[in-house]
Design a protein around this ligand. Sequence first.
Ligand code: SF4
Length: 479
Amino acid sequence: MAIKLSEVSANDIVLKSRSYSGSGPRYTSYPTAVEFTEEFSASSWEETLRADAAGLMPLKGELEAVATGPRSYALYLHLPFCESLCYFCACNKIITQDRSVIEPYLAALFAEIHWYRDILGSDISVEQIHWGGGSPNYLSPDDMRRVHQETLKAFPNLASGAEVSIEVDPRTMKPGQLEALREVGFNRISMGVQDFDDTVQQAVNRIQSFEMTKKLVEEARALGFTGVNVDLIYGLPGQTLTGFRDTLTKVHKLSPDRVALYGYAHVTWKQKVQKALERVHLPTPDERIEIFAEAVKSFSEAGYSYIGLDHFARPEDELSIALEEGRLNRNFMGYTTHRGARILGFGVSAISTLPNAFAQNTKDILVYQESWKNRRSSVNRGLLKTREDCLRGLIIERIMCEGKLDIGEIERNWQIDFRQHFAEALEKIDLMKADGLYRDTGDLIELSEIGRVFSRNIAMAFDEYMEKYAAKKVFSQSV
Ligand code: SF4
C-alpha cells in the first residue's frame, strides 16, 4: 500500500496533531526498552540465545518452549565516539578528541563478535549490517576496513544484496573513508543534517554547511553508494517555518533516497545538556506541528512514499518496495526491510533482539571493555517476553508498518477472540475512528492516510504498559 500523503493536506495534519500530540513510545520494540530489567542478566541472555539457536523459544510464564522458525540476522555495531557534542543529541555517545580510545574499544568489540560466533556458528545468514553511533566515521579508513573484515571473518554468510550501511557525521569525514567503506562493501550511507539554518546550527552547536553536505552526497554517489539517507530534526531551538522551508529546499537539491524526519525530544530529565537549548526559543507545540506538517507535505509533493511515523523514501527504494510487499519491519534500527530478522547488537549500549527476548549491553564503556577482556558477556539488562507481549508486539508492528490488522488472521494464529481480547484497546481508539484515523470493516482495521501519520497513537492503545507511564515523563512527544 503505497502511501501518497499529498492527498492529505498539511492543514489536516495540523488540526489532528492538536488532538494527538501527547507523549508516547516510538515503538522500535515492544515492550519498549523502559521495561528492560537487570533481572534479565548476561546468563539469561546466553541461555535464551542458545535455546534460539537450537530452535526453541522459551517465554516468560509458559512451561514449555515453542519452536522457532527459520533464522536470519541483522548485525548492529555501535561505534560511540564523536568529536564534539550536538546539544540536542540523546544517543549513547562519548565525546572525545583522543584517538587512543579506539584500540581498547575495538578489542572488546571483536571479542564480543567472536563470542556470538562461537555460540551461533559462522554459517548464520546475515541480511543486514549497520554501523551506528556516535559517529562511526570517528574511525580511520584502516580501522573501518579492520572492523568490517573482522565481522565478515566471524559471519561470512552475507546474503547477496544485503544492506550494509553506516551513519556518518559529514563534518568529520576524513579523506579515504568513503573509499574504504565502498571497498569493503558498504552500499548505503546515512548522514545527519538536522537543519541547514544558521541560527539553529549555532543553537545546537552543530555547524554544517549545505556545500559540505552536498559534496559528501556527490562523492558517495560517484563511488557507487546506492542509497544516500538524510536525517532531519523538527522542533529544534531557533527553528521557524520559514527557516525550515529553506532547509527543505536544500534537502531536495540533494535528492536523498530516504529521509528520516525526527521530532526533537526535549528530555532534560535524561539529557541534562539539553537545558542549554532553553536559552534559545524552542518552537511552541503549534509551531512544531506546523514545521512537521510542512515537511510531510514537501516530501509527499516531491514524490516520496510515506513509510510511516518519521520516514520517507523514493518509490524505487527498498523500503518503499518492502512496504508495498508487506515485509516492512520496525526495530531498534528504525524501519527496515527484513521482517523477522534477529538482531545481534555489538558494542557499548547495543541492543540485541530475538523473537522472544531483548538484551542490552552495559552503557558504561569501561565496564563493557572489562567484560570482554575477561570474555564475559556485557549484557546487563533485558527482557524475556510473555506470550501476550509477543501478540501485542505483532499488533503494534502491523499498525506501525502495514497500517492494518487482519482480524481473522490474528484470531486463527493466536486462538483468541480479537474483539473480546482487545475490548479495552478498541474502546480507546473508538474516537479515532470517528475522527477518520482508521476504518473498521469487521474483518479489517485499516488506517487511513492521515491515520498513518498518527499510527503511534493507535498503537499505544494496544500497549499494555502505557497506563503506568501516563503520569510520568518517560517518552518524547508523539508529534
Ligand atoms: S555527531 Fe551525532 S551522535 Fe555525535 S553528538 Fe552529534 S548528533 Fe550525537
